[in-house]
Design a protein around this ligand. Structure first.
Ligand code: KG4
Ligand code: ZN
Length: 396
């Protein structure tokens, strides 16, 4: 069984082709991804109308690339008729998308694909609609059913598939209950899965998402967008030099809501504390921060943010008796979080699963994997064109 998957919820346009094999294995046949980082870098965050346009400009090319990698791209002998008319539902709001899809669907054959899996939310609605409308168009012309996927489920599922070789992953047996910590640019959530495929949110951020806080702090430190990897790199450098010197970091950031007694988070307080600290240090911004100060500040921020995440996750593991902890979302690529949560979980005899770095940030492989999980559990649900809608606030 083959799935073509589509991801356009934020600033990455992704198309992947996955094929299921024996015993819950999945092979990645094609994976095409285009990042909009350069477009949004100047704004320090994602600009929805620009994101929509960039998705529409790139997605058709990525479909071709992924199909070609999967050896499923075949030119047609007789150009398909009436595609323009059949895609007329795109005329009003998706003219850019139609401009590219129409020639592609006219001159290439229907590929050997069983399902189209598409992210329907949560995310930026104008961006999500590009993916949803692409799925509708492919489904209409090729007569292939569409499976709507929650982006956050994709982040959970990615960590559950374990690599067995260069191309193949396996859905390994997993001890339940599972606790999922979902940490990205738009989300910070703790989700309890009594069984894989069922989700109960037990806590979430009340203000900024942790990835968003990393991005904002990066801006304060003059680091490029997206800020997570850059802040983390400085923090690591500081921690390494600091261990040798046996010095204490002069900067300490607050740990908001760490002992709040629930599983909610707040990151805006750390961000504000950083802002005031930098203002005082630079005499109201009349001088630049030194490299040493930047490293120490990045470290103080990362220590505080990760400590809160790890503390609450461990508390939830204990309360709910979780046997496995899964981390998903862009911040799951954070090395310090991996080290801290990994070692604490192993002390509790709990298995910690992290996605590979390249699968932690948004991509279409994770959406295909969520579709595969549904098919393995016999719960693959397709949606008609009328039912397919983007929902920016879709919850797990
Ligand atoms: O999941 P993702 O690709 O997109 C969203 O759905 O939001 O997550 C992107 C977020 C950005 O805020 C980025 O700064 C953060 O993940 N991020 C990191 C790291 N890598 C990416 N944050 C901390 N440390 C990292 N290594
Ligand atoms: Zn994401």
């Amino acid at each position: 069984m083959k799935i073509l998957s589509i991801e356009t919820s934020c600033d990455e346009t992704g198309i992947a082709i996955l094929e299921s094999g024996a015993e819950n294995t999945v092979a990645i046949l094609g994976n095409a991804l285009s990042s909009q980082i350069e477009i949004h870098a100047q704004y320090g965050g994602v600009f929805p109308s620009l994101a929509k346009r960039a998705h529409a400009e790139k997605i058709t090319f990525l479909i071709q690339q992924a199909l070609s990698d999967a050896e499923l791209l075949e030119a047609i002998d007789q150009p398909a008729e009436d595609i323009e008319n059949k895609l007329s539902f795109l005329d009003e709001k998706e003219t850019d998308l139609k401009k590219h899809l129409e020639p592609f669907l006219t001159y290439y054959k229907k590929p050997d694909i069983d399902y189209i899996a598409v992210t329907v939310g949560p995310g930026l609605e104008p961006a999500l609609w590009v993916g949803v409308n692409t799925a509708k168009a492919l489904s209409k012309i090729w007569d292939i059913p569409v499976v709507p996927i929650n982006h956050m489920e994709g982040h959970v599922v990615t960590a559950v598939f374990q690599r067995i070789n260069e191309q193949d992953f396996v859905l390994a047996p997993i001890d339940t209950p599972i606790l999922a910590l979902l940490v990205s640019g738009g989300h910070t959530e703790l989700v309890l899965c009594n069984e894989l495929g069922t989700y109960e949110k037990i806590g979430q951020t009340r203000d900024d998402a942790v990835g968003e806080a990393f991005d904002k702090v990066a801006r304060m430190l003059g680091l490029p967008y997206p800020g997570g990897p850059a802040v983390s790199k400085l923090a690591k450098e500081y921690r390494e030099s600091f261990d040798k010197a046996q010095d204490k970091n002069p900067f300490v950031m607050p740990r908001p809501m760490m002992h709040s007694g629930d599983y909610d988070f707040s990151f805006s307080g750390i961000k504000t504390a950083m802002l005031y600290t930098i203002r005082d240090l630079t005499n109201q911004n009349t001088r630049e921060l030194t490299d040493e100060e930047k490293m120490a500040l990045a470290c103080a921020f990362e220590d505080a943010a990760i400590e809160v995440l790890v503390h609450k996750t461990l508390k939830a593991i204990e309360e709910y008796g979780a046997q496995t902890v899964i981390v998903g979302g862009g911040v799951a690529g954070n090395t310090y979080l991996r080290e801290q949560l990994g070692s604490s979980a192993s002390k509790l005899d709990v298995t910690a699963l992290f996605p590979e770095q390249w699968l932690a940030t948004d991509n279409a492989v994770m959406i295909g994997m969520a579709g595969m999980l549904k098919s393995f559990s016999g719960e693959i649900k397709t949606a008609s064109s009328d039912e397919l809608k983007a929902d920016g606030n879709l919850s797990l």
